[in-house]
Design a protein around this ligand. Structure first.
Ligand code: NAP
Length: 291
């Protein structure tokens, strides 16, 4: 058996076309969705991420602003910038690129973002929204982009999570934990594994769906996967040849799974796409509040 690919590039293209079409409609009503991306310091990976986010906005017709600051920017000055963006009616989404320099309390900065503009979904209000609603049904807050992208990938293959056993490997606040809550919202039975988990293989062998979000190569190998399982690979690592790869031993696992996401071209492009989806959603909420 060879798994079918869940193509993150193709699905992203489809969703971004929809975002662009909805943006045209919003503009016709006098509102242009706007995203502000704030970068502090010169972390090379962050520079690539913010550039890609701004480029994706432009391609979909959204307004975007990139604010770049020296690594020496004070926490107070960053908080003041966030407050100004909270009050800027042309901005519907605020993203402060992480990591921040060590002298800045990242959580404090995230909590300073208005929940109505927290399109990254990291605010505590967004965590609360995860407990109470499905996307679009929350009153405030947004689903974090990477796990939200994973849910879209499952939706794209028509996968019904009801009663299925999902194993999430990784429990970070930005991927593993919100992923587990989203799967739970869709009536899956969820197990969350982490670095202290004993006998991971015994758990993954029971899983109908496995989400690997660890950041280590070959965390999931073919012998750990039940035939026909769906495997989503969030990991981003480099192999010894310097090639981008995920947490999953793709070549082995694809012979056992029914569906699998590749790296690159899987979850990665979906993350930026869901940022656009959240920014559009935020603008739509702002418009309906005005009406
Ligand atoms: P993180 O904060 O480092 O969390 C990693 C998690 O993996 C932790 O919960 C850790 O457990 C767990 N873990 C470590 N070793 C393990 C093992 N041997 N078995 C089981 N669990 C283990 O990382 P993250 O931010 O969630 O990101 C995870 C990966 O996804 C990274 O490769 C990152 O680059 C990638 N990522 C990709 C995207 C995308 O757009 N594609 C977005 C975000 C992240 P403890 O909690 O016990 O330490």
């Amino acid at each position: 058996m060879t798994a079918q690919l869940i193509d993150g590039n193709a699905l992203s293209k489809q969703l971004r076309t929809q975002v662009a079409a909805d943006t045209v409609k919003l503009k016709a009503q006098g509102l242009t969705p706007g995203l502000a991306v704030v970068l502090v310091g010169d972390n090379p990976a962050s520079q690539v991420y913010v550039r890609n986010k701004v480029k994706a906005c432009e391609e979909a017709g959204l307004h975007s602003v990139l604010e770049k600051y020296e690594a020496t920017l004070s926490e107070a000055d960053l908080l003041a910038r966030v407050e100004a963006l909270n009050n800027d009616s042309s901005i519907h989404g605020i993203l402060v690129q992480l990591p921040l320099p060590a002298h800045i309390d990242a959580q404090k900065v995230i909590e300073a973002i208005s929940p109505a503009k927290d399109v990254d979904g990291f605010h505590i209000a967004s965590a609360g929204a995860l407990m109470t609603g499905l996307p679009g049904q929350e009153k405030s807050g947004f689903w974090p982009c990477t796990p939200y992208g994973c849910m879209k990938m499952l939706e794209s293959i028509g996968y019904d999570l009801k009663g299925k056993h999902a194993v999430v490997i990784g429990r970070s606040n930005i991927v593993g934990k919100p992923m587990a809550l989203m799967l739970l919202q869709q009536d899956a039975t969820v197990t969350v594994a982490h670095s202290r988990t004993q006998n991971l293989k015994a758990l993954t062998l029971q899983a109908d769906v496995i989400v690997a979000a660890v950041g280590k190569r070959n965390v999931l190998t073919a012998d750990m996967v039940k035939p026909g399982a769906v495997v989503l690979d969030v990991g981003m690592n480099r192999n010894p040849e310097g090639k981008l790869c995920g947490d999953v031993d793709f070549d082995g696992v694809k012979e056992v799974a029914s569906y699998i996401t590749p790296v690159p071209g899987g979850v990665g492009p979906m993350t930026i796409t869901m940022l656009l989806v959240n920014t559009l959603e935020s603008a739509q909420r702002a418009l309906s509040e005005k009406q």
